[in-house]
Write a protein that binds this ligand. Structure first.
Ligand SMILES: CC1=C(/C=C/C(C)=C/C=C/C(C)=C/C=O)C(C)(C)CCC1
Ligand SMILES: [Fe+2]
Length: 546
């Protein structure tokens, strides 16, 4: 695993032409732009957790059947400060950083103590989001970094707090049909309140306003009071349907007092997250039209969800699919020490991921009998049991185990859908297969190749597609065998069979999330890469693979 996780990856600043085998559909023109941790040590210091690594952006520019690869570290303030000091000087999720020992540690401690919430990192390593015609690298703090999607240059540092009162925000926003960004964040102990804030950043600004930045037109759709002032829920994503937003206030909580004193206690922020297995998961449903939460109190068993898959409305019910865990141990799995000594053979995942479907009745009959199941849908065995005092206990249907990094045909986001594309994690938390799961038939198609590790599969629809799975799947596949170069894999999404692969003999990292930018969304006046890009891959001896 070390080859995948522990080693720093070199950036490939100049585009290299990949060695394409097979045929890339001619309609596929654009840039697959992805983000993930690429540098795990600085000087003599090392990060503890995979989610701490310095953000390494990489892109596959796909044009006329050719693929050009490039990668570049995000030049965040964190990156610059670390490189300048040649040591880790900014704290991350799993690593608390201390100033140079000879400097007065207490002055720094005092600055930490002087406000409850530390000034967080801008090491935006998790995802890439599209805001209007701009692209940003994101993590889960209040900072996002604007980037040039073609050159991978780092541009402005943006602080959400200037536009909306939040201290944290997810790296997984949604987009509505007009391209507006819908995201969620947590406002911690602001004016004595801790709230979950759902906000919208418009795709386009009204043309007569002088304020050109969409961020300046951010508006709050809804705020939900946290059940606890000092330990709000941690969440990584949320769901939306045509008319609703679904938010899980799960008992995986961020202890703010621990967070505020972590620095002087010498612990990391991850240790301020605690799973309370004796507490419920509260399901909040907010009407997008009014910004008002529905009044019924829905809840389900304690669980930890990172990735929502999709949600939609059917016959007065809100159905949502999410990948749920029995506890928070997945985050423990990604400590680098744990990953390194977990060789390919004997690693065991303590927590199994379960794709579960929940059904939430949108209009609850107050006179319904206590104990009765309010879900009357033939399409799912999920239940919603009426309890006294206006509570409804939701019991999910288990669809499939072992999926993570789920993706769908986003044109079906918020609507009834059938296919989930995901990475499959079995014995180890590292994906070794890709899977297409058919919710209707409960069957799946898989892709795997020995010594190769797929990243999140991204679905790109065929122009003018009729069927939900008319399109292709893109995934950056890295290898744990130095003789086997990494490649961009292009699968036909219907048959889940390989159309092409583009080998790039570079030091590629396993990425987390990203997006595909069709040429139409790019300012091609700055067309990259130059046609004279150097060749980047000698095709491996494929005899053994044919
Ligand atoms: C720095 C920092 C955080 C970072 C969290 C991160 C980096 C989470 C990454 C999660 C991923 C990558 C999940 C993948 O499915 C917190 C805990 C929000 C709050 C304290 C400051
Ligand atoms: Fe994620």
């Amino acid at each position: 695993m070390d080859v995948i996780f522990g080693r720093n990856k070199k950036e490939q600043v100049e585009p290299v032409r990949a060695k394409v085998r097979g045929k890339i559909p001619t309609w596929l023109q654009g840039i697959l732009l992805r983000n993930g941790p690429g540098m795990h040590t600085v000087g003599e210091t090392s990060y503890n957790h995979w989610f701490d690594g310095l953000a390494l952006l990489h892109s596959f520019t796909i044009r006329d059947g050719e693929v050009y690869y490039r990668s570049k570290y995000l030049r965040s303030d964190t990156y610059n400060a670390n490189i300048e000091a040649n040591r880790i000087v900014v704290s991350e999720f799993g690593t608390m950083a201390y100033p140079d020992p000879c400097k007065n540690i207490f002055s720094k401690a005092f600055s930490y103590l002087s406000h409850t919430i530390p000034d967080f990192t801008d090491n935006c390593l998790i995802n890439i989001i599209k805001c209007g015609r701009d692209f940003y690298a994101t993590t889960e703090t209040n900072y996002i970094r604007k980037i040039d999607p073609q050159t991978l240059e780092t541009l402005e540092k943006v602080d959400y707090r200037k536009y909306v009162a939040i201290n944290l925000a997810t790296a997984h926003p949604h987009y509505d049909s007009a391209g507006n960004v819908l995201n969620m964040g947590t406002s911690i102990v602001d004016k004595g309140k801790t709230k979950y804030v759902i906000f919208k950043i418009p795709a386009a600004v009204p043309d007569r306003t002088k304020e050109k930045s969409p961020l300046k037109h951010t508006e709050v759709l809804c705020s939900i009071h946290s059940r606890s002032l000092l330990s709000p829920s941690y969440y990584h994503s949320f769901g939306i349907t045509e008319n609703y937003i679904v938010f899980l206030e799960q008992p995986f909580k961020l202890d703010i007092l621990k967070l505020a004193t972590a620095y002087i206690r010498g612990v990391n922020w991850a240790s301020c997250l605690t799973f309370h297995k004796e507490e419920k998961t509260h399901i909040h449903v907010v009407d997008r039209r009014t910004g008002k939460p529905v009044s019924t109190k829905f809840y389900t068993d304690p669980m930890v969800v990172f990735h929502h898959v999709n949600a939609y409305e059917e016959d007065g019910c809100l159905l949502f699919d999410a990948i749920a865990y029995e506890d928070s141990s997945l985050y423990q799995c990604f400590y680098l020490a744990h990953l390194k000594n977990n060789s390919e053979e004997n690693s065991v995942v303590t927590c199994v991921s379960a794709l579960k479907r929940f059904a939430v009745p949108l209009c609850v009959d107050k006179n319904a009998e206590v104990g009765s199941d309010l879900v009357k849908l033939a399409s799912t065995t999920a239940r919603a049991l009426k309890e006294k005092d206006d509570q409804v206990y939701c019991q999910p249907e288990l669809l499939c185990e072992g999926l993570e990094l789920p993706q769908i045909n986003y044109a079906h986001n918020g609507k009834r859908y059938r296919y989930v594309f995901a990475a499959e994690i079995q014995r180890s938390p590292i994906p070794n297969k890709m899977i297409k799961y058919d919710i209707l038939t409960k069957s799946s198609l898989k892709w795997e190749e020995e010594h190769y590790w797929p990243a999140e599969p991204l679905f790109v629809p065929t122009p003018g597609a009729k069927d939900e799975d008319d399109g292709i799947i893109l995934s950056a596949i890295i290898s744990s065998d130095p003789q086997k170069p990494p490649f961009l894999l292009v699968l036909d999404a219907k048959s889940f069979t390989e159309l092409a692969r583009a080998y790039v003999d570079v030091d590629m990292h396993l990425d987390l999330h990203g997006l595909f930018i069709p040429d139409a969304d790019l300012d091609l006046s700055k067309r990259a890469p130059p046609q004279d890009a150097q060749d980047g891959a000698s095709e491996p001896c494929v005899a053994s693979q044919t």
